[in-house]
Ligand binder design. Structure first.
Ligand code: BTN
Length: 256
């Protein structure tokens, strides 16, 4: 089914909704490899995924019909590969800004791109890029958000949903439309060269920014304070005897 309910310029203008699919990211990838061109901003939204994928080879579980599971095609050919973390920032901020009026200031972006409410995970983002030389040819942006799900399996860790926070159902389409509009707005800022604005805004939304917290790296637990995210996306932590930089696999946040 195809329709157009969105007010932005291109993100969500071509919306494809599917009842069941393995993964919206995989579906969009296959669509791209077929000969017909896919317009930038195309959104593939599924009611149910039977093989949803998360970061670091994890699976993404989501109760059918209750949550948002969708993928967006962007073609940020203007962005050098060395600056691809700016795309992570844009997407995280777009999701954040759409949810912020509903959920308030306990909403945060957990570096690099998890959406957190208090100390619990509300959603995640999986960005898969295809490169052409030093540029990004296209990016498949997969977004999974827990909206109306009331119960999570024990294995779901610290998951939380909008319904568990607000105790009422939320309209999935309305939220999707808000998210697409906000992602488009930040994406256009980036395209217009406003890297600094995007980087600074992202930093101010970060979970645990400027707070003394516990982390683990290489099996060693230490206290430190997140003070920055480098342009290319490394997390900068002040460990009380100096500044250390981490990539995603090198550091774990330790909640009490
Ligand atoms: C994470 O591990 O936090 C990222 C989760 C990303 C899940 C979304 S759901 C829609 C899209 N399709 C997938 O298979 N994964 C992403």
């Amino acid at each position: 089914m195809q329709n157009n309910i969105f007010s932005g310029l291109f993100v969500g203008q071509n919306l494809v909704t599917i009842k069941e699919v393995d993964s919206t990211n995989s579906f969009l990838k296959t669509l791209l490899s077929n000969s017909k061109p896919v317009p930038e901003g195309t959104v593939i939204m599924a009611e149910s995924q039977y093989a949803g994928r998360g970061q670091q080879q994890n699976k993404w579980h989501s109760e059918p019909g209750k949550n948002l599971t969708f993928s967006i095609l962007l073609t940020p050919t203007f962005l050098p590969v060395s600056q691809q973390f700016d795309l992570t920032r844009v997407i995280s901020l777009g999701v954040y800004e759409a949810l912020r009026p509903i959920l308030g200031d306990e909403l945060k972006i957990k570096w690099p791109n998890d959406i957190y409410f208090a100390d619990r995970k509300l959603g995640g983002i999986l960005i898969e890029t295809h490169l052409q030389g030093t540029r990004i040819k296209d990016a498949i942006i997969g977004i999974g958000l827990n909206i109306n799900q009331e119960h999570f399996e024990a294995g779901a860790g610290n998951a939380i949903s909008v319904k568990q926070i607000l105790h009422k159902d939320y309209d999935l389409r309305a939220l999707l439309s808000e998210i697409c509009g906000n992602i488009e707005a930040y994406y256009l800022q980036l395209k217009a060269g406003k890297h600094l604005l995007v980087r600074n805004t992202y930093l101010t939304r970060l979970y645990w920014l400027n707070q003394q917290r516990a982390f683990r790296s290489n099996g060693v637990v230490f206290n430190g304070t997140i003070i920055n995210v480098k342009d290319e996306g490394l997390l900068v932590v002040d460990n009380n005897s100096g500044l250390q930089e981490f990539s995603l696999k090198q550091i774990e946040f330790l909640n009490k």
